[in-house]
Design a protein around this ligand. Structure first.
Ligand code: FMN
Length: 202
């Protein structure tokens, strides 16, 4: 596991150009989505929804809303990760429905809801987006495990993407786009700071 996991970490990189002739098998896509589904989220709220875009014509339009980045059209599949926003309001009952699954009693539920009520609604959208990034990371490593390349993409115009895909930005934030496919070029060298610049021990 130790070596196998590090091989996945090394395999994954932000792929800039995918092989347009290759498409993801449905079983592999399901495997990747399952990894996203099982990701951790604060208070177990699972504040993500995955919109899978395979249609080539739709992705051609989408590309112009994504800084014209070629990954959108050369990839086999683009997953638009939507972060729940309106659903997280107290009055929808979503938070209590989700929290109820994790607690053993009404008293525990009330305790958890107390924590939840303490998070101001304006902060919940950013909080929701942060969870989506964790799901994206898990999906990229799951993709690597089945030999699939990925590119996380924050370079897009939210309003333009939302308009094209019929997404209501009052309901959700667009957290990230995740392009998936097979690399068309060799993996470039990786640039990272050394651990001693990143880590502090006390
Ligand atoms: C939140 C986020 C947004 C990103 N957005 C883009 C993007 O729009 N286009 C792109 O080519 N790469 C994007 N990247 C990839 C990063 O540029 C890349 O991960 C970084 O340069 C390190 O390279 P590596 O992933 O190949 O090791 C994004 C990465 C993250 C985490």
């Amino acid at each position: 596991m130790r070596d196998a996991f590090m091989r996945l970490i090394q395999f994954r990189y932000a792929c800039k150009l995918f092989d347009e002739t290759r498409t993801l098998a449905r079983a592999d896509l399901d495997y990747i989505l399952e990894a996203g589904r099982l990701s951790p989220s604060s208070l177990g709220l699972e504040p993500w929804r995955f919109l899978v875009i395979e249609d080539r014509a739709l992705r051609r339009h989408l590309r112009s809303a994504c800084w014209n980045q070629s990954q959108i059209t050369s990839a086999s599949t683009v997953i638009v990760i939507k972060a729940l926003k309106a659903e997280l309001k107290l009055e929808t009952g979503y938070a209590s429905r989700m929290l109820r699954r994790l607690v053993a009693s009404e008293a525990e539920l009330e305790e958890a809801m107390e924590i939840y009520r303490g998070i101001p609604h304006q902060s919940r959208a950013a909080w929701s987006v942060a969870q989506c990034h964790i799901a994206a990371a898990d999906m990229m490593l799951a993709a690597a495990a089945v030999g699939i390349d990925s590119c996380p993409m924050g370079g897009f115009e939210p309003e333009a993407v939302a308009q094209l895909l019929g997404i209501d930005l009052g309901e959700v934030e667009i957290a990230l786009l995740l392009a998936l496919g097979y690399r068309a070029q060799p993996q470039p060298a990786r640039h990272r700071l050394p651990l001693n610049e990143l880590v502090e021990y006390r």
